[in-house]
Design a protein around this ligand. Structure first.
Ligand code: GLU
Length: 558
């Protein structure tokens, strides 16, 4: 085909479409005026309505990279695969990320007339004419062509390639449509034969090129030789083509995406070149891994098998979003943990996040580590902040119980302060998430009292200890006075008042003072392990405590 043929072909293929020119688009979407270190990043999910930990991991990296240097972070919806579309998915993505304090500067979901949205539309299905402009340009220049191969023909090619142990795909001598003459193409079009538009690849099968990935560093990749599809039969672009056009026109400077895309990077590089554009920087992230419980080996976190991959897992359990973020930051940037330790209380936004420090070898998800971070963070949180968070969670997930928990705001605050170890030498680190916090709190509410644990001694001794306890108890006693009285009860009931005495002659005693405390503890709370018992009594109030102990005595005497 001659140059004129290419032009005629382009006119023919896009006949009747009113398309802007590439120059018009360049003018419409000017380069952004940002500082020279500022990065423009984007999250580009398909609208499946499911957003997982891996997405959050990437989104946090994107957001941090953009916002530590006054850049831009935007949301693009990649909906060229209609099968995966779910109603309301865009709102779901925005909401899910907003829960973690991750906000977009521009993009899908913002009101259409928002002044920030000058690089839109941000939904690929609304950009079809833009892709056609560039597909047409490539056809005009002989870099793209219509391919009429049927599914059967493609399957046949594949069969031959497999038999010959060759690379499968539409390339080189197998790409027969690339050599069609204009007349043949015209005839096919007249016959109404369906076609796709393919890139005419100029890559060579034995050439490699070196690429500097922002995370993987230097990688060697083979040149692309595939005549990949740019526009599908219905004129909708493939991911490859749409991503290249979009990231150019939206002036993305850094594409951070899943490592699974690295293999198709040669296609994207060739496309950028064919279109005469500079490609953005790329950062291919490591996949999230976990230790498989059965095999003990590392494996990829899976959407299907692992509930902890879904973000709803964390919301439902009431993990504080800040803790999740801190955890992800430790996975994302190897130097974050140290920084966080040295700067306790500093907002993580002040950490100098850098793509250069991103993990290259598979981020290992470890729920124990996450829980430890939660324990630390929650223990340092302000009571008001934690109160508000718990109330919000209860409102959404346990509205009926919320009425009981929060009926007396002062009592709730007192419980919280006790569980956090407020006013004590060292803060307690007991709280992990909302659900587990309310489980810990169950002992303060008659409605939610846990099943009573076994007493460590026989019923008769228990009853005797408890009766003495009630007789001697005075709500106004200090912690020390209260404890002294336990000593007396121990003595009169055959327990040693100190551990040492008991250890030396265990046969002489039924136990020591800690056993006495445990008896009272179980009677009052149902549990053998709780925060400070004197404080629990104070919070419960005299009547509730007495009622509980009397109930146990009645039961054991029955
Ligand atoms: N839509 C692609 C995905 O969900 C986006 C990849 C990219 O960020 O370019 O995997």
């Amino acid at each position: 085909m001659t140059e004129t043929d290419y032009k005629d072909l382009a006119e023919l293929l896009f006949k009747g479409e009113e398309l802007k020119t590439p120059d018009e688009y360049e003018a419409l979407y000017p380069y952004r005026k940002l500082g020279n270190k500022a990065e423009v990043t984007r999250l580009a999910p398909s609208p499946t309505g499911y957003i997982h930990l891996g997405n959050l991991y990437s989104a946090l990296a994107d957001e941090r990279i953009a916002h530590t240097k006054d850049g831009v972070f935007f949301l693009r919806i990649e909906d060229t695969d209609a099968k995966r579309k779910v109603d309301g998915a865009v709102e779901l993505v925005i909401e899910a990320l907003s829960y973690f304090g991750i906000e977009f500067d521009e993009g899908a979901g913002l009101p259409e007339d928002d002044p920030a949205n000058i690089y839109g539309p941000y939904t690929q299905s609304e950009r079809v004419s833009i892709y056609h402009t560039y597909a047409k340009k490539l056809v005009e220049e002989g870099r793209a062509y219509p391919c009429f191969a049927t599914e059967e023909e493609l399957a046949k090619i594949r069969e031959i390639q497999e038999k010959n142990n060759e690379l499968t795909g539409y390339y080189g001598k197998y790409a027969v449509s690339r050599n069609l003459e204009l007349d043949e193409i015209k005839k096919n079009l007249e016959e109404g034969r369906p076609y796709v538009i393919r890139l005419r690849s100029e890559g060579s099968p034995d050439k490699e090129f070196e690429f500097e990935d922002e995370i993987k560093k230097k990688v060697k990749l083979p040149e692309n030789i595939h005549d990949v599809v740019l526009l599908k039969k219905d004129g909708i672009p493939t991911y490859h083509f749409a991503h290249v056009v979009d990231d150019h026109l939206m002036r993305t400077t850094l594409v951070l995406r899943g490592g699974e895309w690295l293999a198709s990077l040669p296609i994207h590089i060739e496309l950028f070149k064919a279109l005469g554009w500079k490609h953005p920087k790329y950062a291919h992230t490591a996949h999230m891994m976990k230790i498989d419980e059965e095999t003990g080996g590392k494996r990829k976190l899976s959407k299907r098998k692992d509930p902890e991959m879904g973000l709803s897992f964390y919301k439902e359990a009431g993990f504080h979003p800040e803790c999740i973020k801190i955890y992800l930051m430790t996975l994302l940037n190897s130097n974050f943990e140290e920084w966080h330790k040295q700067n306790p209380g500093k907002p993580l936004e002040e950490f100098p996040f850098s793509v250069k420090h991103m993990n290259n070898s598979g981020a290992l998800f470890d729920i124990d580590k996450l829980e430890n971070i939660c324990k630390n963070e929650l223990s340092q949180m302000g009571v008001v902040e934690l109160y508000t968070f718990l109330a919000g969670w209860a409102h959404e997930y346990e509205p009926a119980k919320k009425k009981v928990w929060f009926a007396d705001e002062n009592k709730f605050t007192d419980i919280l302060m006790l569980l956090m170890g407020y006013g004590q030498k060292r803060r307690r680190k007991d709280l992990i998430n909302a659900k587990q916090t309310f489980e810990q709190m169950a002992i303060f509410f008659n409605e939610f009292m846990p099943e009573r644990e076994e007493f460590p001694v026989d019923d008769k001794t228990v009853v005797s200890v408890l009766k003495d306890y009630l007789t001697s108890y005075d709500y106004n006693d200090t912690n020390a006075e209260w404890f002294d009285k336990l000593g007396v009860i121990a003595m009169t009931n055959g327990f040693a008042t100190d551990r040492k005495a008991y250890k030396e002659e265990p046969e002489k005693y039924k136990g020591d003072i800690t056993t006495v405390a445990t008896i009272v503890r179980i009677a009052v709370t149902g549990r053998s392990n709780t925060p400070d018992l004197w404080s629990i009594n104070q919070i419960l109030g005299l009547q509730t405590m007495v009622d509980r102990v009397e109930k146990v005595i009645r039961e054991l005497e029955a």
